[in-house]
Design a protein around this ligand. Structure first.
Ligand code: GLU
Length: 260
């Protein structure tokens, strides 16, 4: 009888242990992705060559390919992925609300953002640059005092301009195409954004020029909710990223999308 009771107790405690373990695992984002068998990623749809749409409305770009690479590594299939459109201003909210598991959207690591988010290893370093009309007399940032400058809301440029050049008049837009069109339409004297993004818009545009100086270092990384829940996912992603950075995979992808 005592033996039977002990056996029953053992079974109950094993069962309870099992439940405890299971709960721990379901809180883990990596485990949730494996269970769903799909990776949900926030990507840009307005930022060539990193994240945009082809003529059939399919997500394409460097960040899109990078996200597919991560899906391939996690789920053994680069098509087990759902893309959710994000923009510069709403991407953090989409991640925090749980709508996406990860962001792959030209997002720079900054000390301020690191307080609330977890970042992977950087996979590209851009730099802020000034875009002006071909015939513009503006040659540097200091020429922009009391001038109107176009930026995209939520970007690192918005933050740095507001704190470094108090006299600048900022004209903000939600998306890069809108910002670019506004500069072309003469609504401001210049636009400031990451050089690689500006290049994506001006590659075949002879009416604008990117000034040579760079005003920041923008290390792009994949982004996760901060804390314990992302720990395993971040560790796995970083392992794969490190290998891809070392074995030429990232270099190959950059070449595919014309990124230096
Ligand atoms: N890399 C900059 C940032 O993270 C600008 C690019 C963007 O707007 O996504 O804010």
């Amino acid at each position: 009888m005592i033996k039977k009771l002990c056996g029953a107790l053992l079974l109950v405690s094993l069962f309870l242990c099992g439940c405890g373990k299971k709960q721990e695992i379901t809180n883990d984002t990596l485990n949730a992705i494996l269970e769903k068998d799909i990776l949900t990623v926030g990507v840009k749809v307005d930022t060539p060559p990193f994240g945009y749409l082809d003529k059939n409305g399919q997500n394409i770009g460097f960040d899109v390919d990078l996200a597919r690479f991560i899906a391939e590594k996690l789920l053994k299939d680069s098509n087990k992925i759902t893309f959710v459109p994000v923009n510069t201003a709403n991407r953090i909210m989409k991640l925090a609300s749980g709508e996406v598991d990860m962001i792959a959207a030209t997002m720079s690591i900054t000390p301020q953002r690191q307080i609330i988010l977890d970042f992977s290893l950087p996979y590209h370093v851009a730099g802020q640059a000034i875009l002006v009309k071909k015939n513009s007399k503006i040659t540097s940032l200091s020429d922009l005092e009391n001038k109107k400058v176009i930026i995209v809301y939520g970007s690192t440029v918005e933050q740095s301009l507001r704190s470094n050049i108090p006299n600048i008049k900022i004209l903000g837009y939600k998306t890069y195409p809108e910002a670019y069109q506004a500069l072309k339409a003469g609504k401001a004297d210049a636009m400031i954004a990451d050089d690689t993004i500006l290049l994506g818009f001006t590659m075949n545009d002879k009416t604008l020029k990117i000034l040579p100086k760079r005003y920041s270092k923008e290390p792009y990384a994949l982004v996760f909710r901060k804390g314990e829940e992302s720990k395993e996912l971040l560790k796995t992603v970083n392992m794969e990223l490190e290998e891809a950075l070392n074995n030429g995979k990232i270099r190959q992808l950059k070449a595919k999308w014309g990124i230096n």
